[in-house]
Design a protein around this ligand. Structure first.
Ligand SMILES: NC(=O)c1ccc[n+]([C@@H]2O[C@H](COP(=O)([O-])OP(=O)(O)OC[C@H]3O[C@@H](n4cnc5c(N)ncnc54)[C@H](OP(=O)(O)O)[C@@H]3O)[C@@H](O)[C@H]2O)c1
Length: 394
C-alpha cells in the first residue's frame, strides 16, 4: 500500500498531479493507494467532484479487478488554523503508529494569494504565549499568506515526524526495495519566489511589526514573497532534518536505521486558470481564465500536474542538472559562499551520511531538470529569523 498525504489535492495542480500519479502507477509509488486529502471543507462539492475524478482515473488506468486500488480518505484541516493542523497531525500519528506504517509521500501543495492583508489566530493559547516570534505577535496572530504558504506546512511536517523519520522496516514491502526513498516530501514551489527583489518586503508583509501597517498590499507581490519564504522554510527544514536524523559512520547502520528522506521543491510553471487568482478583480480573473492560458508562456493544468507528479515518483538522479553562472566570477557554477546551507551545483548537497537528499525541479524546454536554487534562501540568518520559534526545540 502506498500512503500519500496531500494538501490542496482536490483542485488545480494538486488534483492534476494525483491523477498523474495514479495513471503512472510508477514502481516508486505503486498501487494500491491510500490517499489522504486534507481539505478545509471535506463536504464541499469540489471535494466530491475530485473524489469522483480520482476514482474514475483509477478505474481507467488500473485493471477492473483492481477497482479497490484506491482508498480515498478526506480529512478536515485548515492551514490558516494551526490548532486544526495540530489536531489532524496528532490523529494521523496515532493512527499510523497503531497500524505500524509510514507515509510514503507528502505532497505539500496548498497555497493562497490574498488581495488584502488578513490576520489569522492560533487558538492554542498555551503554545503561542511564550513562543511569539517575527511571524506572530503575543496574541497568536499571523498574516494569513505566511501562515498557509509557510508556517502551517512546517508545523504539519514537524508533528508528523514520528511517521516520517521512523526507521525503515526490515524486509518491507517489495515497493521499498525498488525505490530510492522511504518518504519523499514534495513542496509545490513557484518560479516567482526568485523574482522577489528586496528581502525587506518579507518584514513589511509578514512580520508582526507590519500587522497594523496601512502600506499598499499587492496580491502578486505578497504571493511571490510568500513563495520565497516557503523556499527559506524548505531549506531550513531540510537542514534541520539532517541534524534530527543524525549522522552515521557506517553504511550498514544507515541502511538499517536511517530512513531515506527526499525533500523536493518543484516549480510547475504558470497555470493562470486555477483557483489561485480567486481574490483578483473580475477583469483579471477573466483574463487569467480565458486569455492567458492561450499564451505561449502558460503551462496547461495537465502539464503542470504531470510535472508535480514526476517530482513525486521519479528517482532524483533522473533529473539532469542545469549549470548556473556564478554572478561574482561570471564562470559556470554557483558561488558556494552565498549558499551557506550546503548547496552545490548539482542541486542541494545530498547528505549520504544522514540519508537526506533534496532538489529544486522545474521544466526547461519540455524536460524536468534540477535547478540551482536562489542562493539568498540559503542564508542561515534568514532561515533562523523566519523559522517558526514554536518548532525550534524539535
Ligand atoms: N497556478 C500557478 O500558476 C502556479 C504556479 C506555480 C506554483 N503554483 C503553486 O501550485 C499550488 C497549487 O495552486 P493552484 O494554482 O493549483 O491553485 P488552487 O487550485 O487554488 O489550489 C490551491 C489549493 O490550496 C487549498 N487551500 C488554500 N487555502 C487553504 C487552507 N487554509 N487550508 C487548506 N487548504 C487550503 C485550496 O483549497 P480550497 O478549495 O479550500 O480553497 C486549493 O485546493 C500552490 O502551492 C501554488 O503556489 C501555482
Amino acid at each position: 500500500m502506498t500512503r500519500i498525504l496531500v494538501t490542496g489535492g482536490h483542485s488545480g495542480i494538486g488534483l492534476s498531479a494525483l491523477r498523474h500519479i495514479i495513471a503512472a502507477s510508477h514502481p516508486s509509488l505503486p498501487p494500491p493507494y491510500h490517499i489522504i486529502l486534507l481539505s478545509r471543507d471535506p463536504q464541499s462539492s469540489i471535494v466530491a467532484q475530485a473524489r469522483q475524478d480520482l476514482v474514475q482515473t483509477s478505474q481507467r488506468f488500473n485493471s477492473p479487478e483492481h477497482a479497490s486500488n484506491l482508498f480515498l480518505d478526506v480529512r478536515q484541516m485548515d492551514l490558516s488554523s494551526l490548532a486544526s493542523v495540530r489536531r489532524l497531525a496528532t490523529e494521523l500519528v496515532t493512527q499510523f503508529e497503531t497500524e505500524g506504517v509510514r507515509l510514503d509521500l507528502l505532497l505539500l501543495n496548498a497555497a493562497v494569494a490574498k488581495a488584502n492583508r488578513n490576520l489569522v489566530k492560533d487558538e492554542d493559547h498555551q503554545d503561542w504565549k511564550k513562543d511569539h516570534d517575527v511571524l506572530s505577535d503575543d496574541q497568536g496572530w499571523y498574516e494569513e499568506t505566511a501562515c498557509v504558504n509557510h508556517v502551517a506546512h512546517l508545523v504539519l511536517l514537524h508533528l508528523l515526524s514520528p511517521i516520517i523519520s521512523k526507521a525503515p522496516s526490515q524486509a518491507s514491502d517489495g515497493e521499498q526495495a525498488t525505490r530510492t526513498f522511504d518518504t519523499r516530501i514534495v513542496f509545490t514551489s513557484s518560479a516567482l519566489h526568485s523574482k522577489l527583489k528586496n528581502l525587506d518586503a518579507l518584514d513589511s508583509y509578514f512580520s508582526r511589526s507590519s500587522f497594523q501597517s496601512s502600506d499598499p498590499w499587492s496580491l502578486l507581490d505578497t504571493y511571490a514573497a510568500s513563495k520565497f519564504l516557503q523556499m527559506v522554510g524548505i531549506r531550513s527544514y531540510r537542514r534541520r532534518l539532517e541534524v534530527h536524523l543524525g549522522r552515521s559512520s557506517s553504511v550498514e547502520v544507515i541502511e538499517q536505521t536511517v530512513p531515506r528522506i527526499e525533500v523536493v521543491a518543484v516549480q510547475p510553471g504558470f497555470v493562470p486558470q486555477t483557483g489561485l487568482s480567486r481574490e483578483s478583480s473580475l477583469l483579471k480573473r477573466l483574463v487569467m481564465t480565458y486569455l492567458l492560458p492561450l499564451m505561449p508562456f502558460a503551462t496547461s493544468l495537465d502539464d503542470a500536474g504531470d510535472c508535480v507528479a514526476q517530482a513525486c515518483y521519479r528517482p532524483l538522479q533522473d533529473f539532469p542538472t542545469t549549470t548556473t553562472t556564478n554572478a561574482s566570477t561570471g564562470k559556470p557554477g554557483a558561488d558556494p559562499s552565498r549558499n551557506q546551507d550546503g548547496y552545490n551545483d548539482d542541486g542541494w548537497a545530498d547528505d549520504v551520511e544522514s540519508g537526506v537528499k533534496s532538489r529544486l525541479l522545474a521544466k526547461k524546454e519540455g524536460v524536468l531538470v534540477s535547478l540551482s536554487p536562489d542562493p539568498r534562501a540559503g542564508d542561515l540568518r534568514l532561515q533562523e529569523k523566519w523559522w517558526p520559534s514554536q518548532l525550534s526545540d524539535g
